[in-house]
Write a protein that binds this ligand. Structure first.
Ligand code: PHE
Length: 338
C-alpha cells in the first residue's frame, strides 16, 4: 500500500513538473485528486484495511494528497506568471517603430481633366450646368433638330431605357434644358457622363463629355474660334496649332471639327496621329436657328455657338495613353502616375 502511494506521488510530481499549460495541469488534478482520481481511490479503500494499518495508510495518503495539491498550486502560479510575462512582452509598444501612414487617395484622371477643362472656361466667364443621364428622346434628339428619321441618329448608337427615353448620347440636351430656363446672355459648360453602344480601344460605352454653349447678341464664328483657341492654348500649351475642319451636326450651322497639331510628334506625323500630324479633339458650330425655335429664343436677335468634347480623349492625348480601358481598369500602378 505504501509503495503504491509512493508510486502515485512520484508520477504526480513528474506530470506536474512537465505540464506546460493550465489545461494539462487541470487534467493532472483530475487524474490524481479528482472524484475518481488515484489518491481518492486509495482513501476510499481504507475501509478494507485492518484497524492497525488504517490510520497509518490514511495519514500517508492524506500527506500525499496535500503534497500533490501544493505542487499543483505552485505549478499553476508559475505557469500563470509565465503567460502574463509572455503577454506583456508581446503587447509591448515599441515607441521607436515608424507610424503607419494613411494612404491618401486622389481624384481619378478623368474627373481631374474634366474639372481642369471646366475651370478654364469658368475663368472665361462660363457657368457650370448639369442635366440628367437618363434623358428623353425629345431633349437628346428632337429639340436638337434631329427627328427620328434623321440619318444623324445612326451615328449615335443609342441605349434605350424605354420608348421615348434614352441614356443621353451626348451632353447637348443640357443646352436645351438651360435655354428653356434662362434668357440670353447664356454662357455655360456642362460636364457629364454620356452613353453609346460602342466599345474598342478608343471607345467606352460610358464616357465623359464637356459641352459648351454661349448665346448673346452679335456672337460670331470668330468668337467661337477665339474661345476654343484660348482653351487649347491654356490646356495643351501655346505652341499647339488648331485646325477648324468643316463638319456636320444637326444642331449647329455651320459646324466644324477641331483638330490640334499632334501632341506626340508636334505635327510631323507619327503612329498616334496616323501620320496626319493632326488629332481631332472636339465638335462645334453656330447654334442652328431651329434649335433656337425649340428654345423659344428669337433667332433674329440672338446668335450662339456650341461645342462638345470627349474628356477621356483629351486626357489620352495629353498623357499619350494608348487605350481608353486604362481609365476604367482602376489599376493603381496606372492611376498613381497622375
Ligand atoms: N454633341 C456632339 C457630339 O457628341 C458634339 C457637339 C456639341 C457638336 C456641340 C457641336 C456642338 O458629337
Amino acid at each position: 500500500m505504501r509503495e503504491k502511494l509512493e508510486e502515485i506521488r512520484a508520477e504526480a510530481e513528474r506530470v506536474i513538473a512537465k505540464a506546460t499549460d493550465l489545461n494539462v495541469l487541470e487534467e493532472a488534478r483530475v487524474k490524481f485528486l479528482g472524484r475518481k482520481g488515484m489518491v481518492t481511490d486509495v482513501l476510499r479503500g481504507l475501509g478494507q484495511l485492518s484497524a492497525e494499518l488504517r490510520p497509518v495508510i490514511g495519514q500517508a495518503a492524506n500527506e500525499i494528497k496535500t503534497a500533490i495539491s501544493n505542487a499543483l498550486d505552485e505549478r499553476k502560479t508559475a505557469l500563470e506568471s509565465e503567460t502574463s510575462e509572455q503577454r506583456a512582452e508581446s503587447d509591448r509598444v515599441d515607441l521607436s517603430l515608424p507610424g503607419r501612414r494613411p494612404r491618401p487617395g486622389h481624384l481619378h484622371l478623368t474627373p481631374t481633366v474634366s474639372n481642369e477643362i471646366c475651370d478654364i472656361f469658368r475663368e472665361l466667364g462660363f457657368q457650370i450646368a448639369t442635366g440628367p443621364d437618363v434623358e428623353t428622346e425629345y431633349y437628346n434628339f428632337d429639340s436638337l433638330n434631329t427627328p427620328s428619321d434623321h440619318p444623324a441618329r445612326d451615328s449615335h448608337d443609342t441605349f434605350f431605357v424605354k420608348p421615348g427615353v434614352v441614356l443621353r448620347t451626348h451632353t447637348s440636351p443640357v443646352q436645351m434644358r438651360v435655354m428653356e430656363k434662362t434668357q440670353p446672355p447664356v454662357a455655360v459648360v456642362v460636364p457629364g457622363r454620356v452613353y453609346r453602344v460602342d466599345y474598342d480601344a478608343s471607345h467606352s460605352p460610358m464616357f465623359f463629355q464637356v459641352e459648351g454653349l454661349l448665346v448673346d447678341k452679335n456672337v460670331t464664328f470668330a468668337d467661337l474660334k477665339g474661345t476654343l483657341i484660348a482653351f487649347v492654348h491654356r490646356f495643351f500649351g501655346s505652341d499647339v496649332k488648331l485646325r477648324f475642319r468643316p463638319h456636320f451636326f444637326p444642331f449647329t450651322e455651320p459646324s466644324a471639327e477641331v483638330d490640334i497639331s499632334c501632341t506626340v510628334c508636334a505635327g510631323k506625323g507619327c503612329r498616334v496621329c496616323k501620320n496626319s500630324g493632326w488629332l481631332e479633339i472636339l465638335g462645334c458650330g453656330m447654334v442652328h436657328p431651329e434649335v433656337f425655335r425649340y428654345a423659344n429664343y428669337d433667332y433674329e436677335t440672338y446668335a450662339g455657338y456650341a461645342f462638345g468634347m470627349g474628356v477621356e480623349r483629351i486626357a489620352m492625348l495629353r498623357h499619350a495613353i494608348s487605350s481608353i480601358s486604362h481609365l476604367y481598369e482602376n489599376d493603381l500602378r496606372f492611376l498613381e502616375q497622375f
